[in-house]
Design a protein. Structure first.
Length: 256
């Protein structure tokens, strides 16, 4: 926890740019290579409108801090499923999760995939303009769907996303389903150096978040300054297994 807290204390704005790191490209399936070659990439102005960082962005301080977090998380490559959660709604979890996935994809030797696990307030489909594209809920419900059918292009190189999809049965505990566990296992082991980011609901308010604790490798808690109490932080810390608790990100960004 201390390592990650040292990596970032807040998200701010400043100016400059970053370089792209180079290494060996990870193995990909034929289908995914084909999608990568034909993918229409988002422009810098489009990324800015979606509040997603990019190389050359003027958000230098934010980029630097996100890269520090990425580096801290990369010390144990085998534990590559990272759950991003908060203590309550509108604490900037989706903003942080999609940008952590973005900076991970800066590195040519890595890929990232963002999964929308916040079924109460999904955001990925809207952010990446996926419409009613199939997602994680559809995959769990429909045995005929394979993994590739729910993985979608984000418009960013080496960055894929899985939207929440359609919820057909309210109140069901989807994340305990064997197909969800199979999905995560496949994503975790399918490629070398793939990072799986779970955009999760608030841990103190959602049973889904507590279920997701069982299937992730690491947990990051996003905390806006002055919006939570020490008792709430302690309560969250007691719920998260010590070996999975990567740390707390103190953020000035609050989702509207």
């Amino acid at each position: 926890m201390d390592k990650l807290e040292a990596a970032i204390r807040q998200t701010t704005s400043n100016g400059s740019n970053l370089y792209e790191e180079k290494d060996n490209v990870p193995d990909c399936s034929i289908n995914e290579i084909s999608r990568m070659e034909t993918e229409k990439l988002l422009t810098n102005s489009e990324l800015e409108s979606k509040k997603i960082v990019y190389q050359g962005s003027e958000q230098f301080e934010l980029l630097h801090q996100l890269r520090d977090i990425r580096t801290a998380l990369a010390t144990d490559r085998s534990n590559n499923i990272v759950m991003v959660t908060s203590l309550a709604a509108n604490h900037g979890v989706s903003f942080f999760a999609r940008n952590l996935a973005a900076v991970t994809a800066f590195d040519l030797s890595k890929t990232s995939i963002l999964i929308d696990c916040n079924t109460g307030k999904p955001s990925i489909s809207n952010i990446f303009e996926l419409g009613e594209a199939t997602g994680v809920m559809d995959y769990i419900e429909d045995d005929s769907l394979d993994m590739d059918s729910v993985i979608h292009c984000s418009g960013i190189k080496r960055y894929r996303c899985i939207p929440a999809g359609t919820i057909k049965h309210e109140g069901e505990e989807y994340f305990t389903h064997p197909r969800f566990k199979k999905l995560l296992s496949s994503l975790k082991n399918r490629y070398k150096d793939r990072n799986v980011i779970l955009d999760a609901p608030p841990i103190l308010r959602s049973a889904d978040a507590r279920i997701l604790l069982e299937v992730c490798d690491k947990v990051i808690v996003v905390v806006p300054y002055g919006k939570v109490s020490t008792n709430e932080l302690v309560a969250a810390g007691q719920m998260i297994p010590a070996e999975k608790y990567a740390g707390v990100v103190y953020s000035d960004y609050i989702c509207k």
